[in-house]
Design a protein around this ligand. Structure first.
Ligand SMILES: [Fe+2]
Ligand SMILES: [Fe+2]
Length: 179
């Protein structure tokens, strides 16, 4: 499994860490589902696959909701499923303009096919693009997902750029110390 962006934890064996084991338990039945795994074949932001992005949103939403005593299981599940769609909006021309409002409904339909969703999960998936979509979320967990989704997108977009800047700075320091 991909590690969540920015996390130092080793996601390759979730059972070896108490927190990750708890996270894994929340995702029982969907984490290894073929449809979820298929998300790895689709690009979400720059070099980030849609599965990686979904894990990022799922894990950090889980952490925030767990910290504040909210419904972290629903947050983890909705985070993993919130972008469960398989088209590429960049090439599917007629979807470009309506992608922001269209893909949450597609993801919700697809998620319902693989697991039974509770009302928090439905709300969080359906409204994760708010405020790009007009109807605001109903539950605190849904707000967490909309916030984490946008934050992760920023980090995913800038991750490569930041790595390049860090590399350039490192080389500059090395050169100045060598001379
Ligand atoms: Fe989305
Ligand atoms: Fe997303």
């Amino acid at each position: 499994m991909h590690s969540a962006i920015g996390s130092r934890k080793d996601f390759s064996n979730l059972d070896e860490d108490q927190l990750l084991a708890e996270y894994k338990e929340c995702l029982e039945g969907i984490l290894d589902h073929e449809q979820v795994r298929k998300l790895d074949l689709h690009t979400q932001h720059c070099n980030t696959s849609r599965l990686q992005h979904s894990i990022n949103v799922s894990y950090y939403s889980f952490l925030i909701c767990r910290k504040f005593g909210w419904d972290y299981r629903s947050a983890a599940r909705a985070g993993l499923l919130h972008d469960l769609y398989f088209y590429d909006w960049r090439v599917t021309k007629y979807l470009r303009s309506g992608h922001a409002s269209w893909h949450p409904r597609v993801a919700l339909d697809n998620a319902r096919k693989i697991t039974e969703l509770n009302k928090v999960e439905i709300d969080a998936i359906e409204k994760h693009m708010w405020p790009c979509t007009p109807v605001p979320p109903r539950y605190i967990e849904s707000y967490v997902i909309t916030f984490v989704d946008k934050t992760c997108a920023v980090f995913e977009f800038t991750e490569r750029k930041c790595a390049q800047i860090a590399e350039t700075l490192t080389q500059m320091f090395r050169r100045s110390y060598a001379s």
